[in-house]
Design a protein around this ligand. Structure first.
Ligand code: CUA
Length: 317
């Protein structure tokens, strides 16, 4: 996975505008800094080497007028023009996303992200967690809500950050230019595991996205081998179904992430660990050791049962 999260590595129109603005602020800032240092050195040199009767030639009124008023006014005006232009473009893009964007609801919880795709037909609303798949080149409208405390949605390579606030709905738009995996992060302190509230945006070509979407809509695959079948019984018996949903089975709870297609996701625990059999086993046996304070209790599943449970979870592609 590409872990880069820099705002200057922009990969979408919104982030490109922010990066451009960043440079518009950076270059005048650098120029002013260099000019001040040079003038300071010149001043120090003169103070020591010029005769006292020539110091009045420094013309302080001119320096204050130009350096203190005219130059700052010009710089601020240029920055203002670029900022207003970026804001206008941003508003236009937001309206465009409102009209023709794919709408995705993102709900922040301590400490993970619930993802639900909007569709007029409720049976076609795909649900997943901590991973947002999107088609490239199409505006995406994100409806941001919180299930508990303040969080902040931030995928630096695609868009600036926006808070998720309890009792309020915020909307954000983003778009990816190229296929790729863009890491994101909760950017508002939200408790003990704030740092482990990551997510990824996976941008794909339209056809690949459509295939992924149809796969996510499908109910869980029926296990074909005996270990996985036993594992499904363990899943129901051990209490997993009290918090999680696996569509197509009796598990329909929504306290924790929807696990219907768990095996198709890249990470576990909201970007905390890779989604491999070993990590998954460790997570089920002792999630508190990996992410202390999270809502998932250690499951009372012993060796052979854990193996069959893992065999079952691996079928949830
Ligand atoms: Cu959620 Cu910080």
């Amino acid at each position: 996975m590409n872990e880069e999260q820099g705002i200057l590595a922009a990969a979408g129109p919104a982030a490109e505008r922010l990066a451009d603005l960043w440079w518009v602020h950076f270059w005048p800032g650098l120029a002013v800094f260099v000019a001040v240092v040079v003038l300071l050195l010149v001043g120090l040199y003169r103070r020591h080497h010029w005769p006292a009767d020539q110091l009045h030639e420094a013309r302080p009124a001119l320096w204050i007028g130009v350096g203190g008023i005219v130059v700052p006014a010009v710089i601020l005006l240029v920055v203002l023009v670029f900022t207003i232009r970026a804001m206008a473009q941003h508003s236009a893009s937001a309206r465009d996303a409102e009209e023709r964007g794919l709408s995705i609801r993102v709900v922040g919880y301590q400490w993970w992200w619930a993802i639900e795709y909007d569709d007029p037909d409720p049976s076609r609303r795909a649900r997943t967690a901590n991973e947002i798949n999107i088609p490239v080149g199409r505006p995406i409208r994100l409806v941001l809500e919180s299930g508990d405390v303040n969080h902040s949605f931030w995928v630096p390579r695609l868009q600036g950050k926006l808070d998720l606030i309890p009792g309020q709905t915020n909307t954000l738009w983003l778009q990816a230019n190229e296929p790729g995996v863009y890491r994101g992060q909760c950017a508002e302190y939200c408790g003990e595991q704030h740092a482990h509230m990551g997510l990824v945006v996976v941008a794909q070509q339209r056809e690949a996205f459509d295939r992924w979407y149809e796969g996510q809509l499908a109910p869980a695959a029926e296990p074909t081998d005996s270990a996985a079948r036993l594992g499904r019984e363990v899943f129901m018996r051990a209490g997993c179904a009290l918090c999680h949903a696996v569509r197509g089975t009796g598990a329909m709870a929504s306290v924790g992430p929807d696990l219907t297609h768990l095996a198709s996701r890249r990470t576990l625990g909201a970007g905390t660990i890779p989604n491999t059999r070993g990590y998954l086993g460790g997570w089920i046996a002792n999630p508190q050791a990996i992410k202390p304070g999270n809502r998932m209790p250690a499951m009372p599943v012993d060796g052979p049962d854990l193996q069959t449970l893992l065999a079952y979870l691996e079928t949830l592609r």
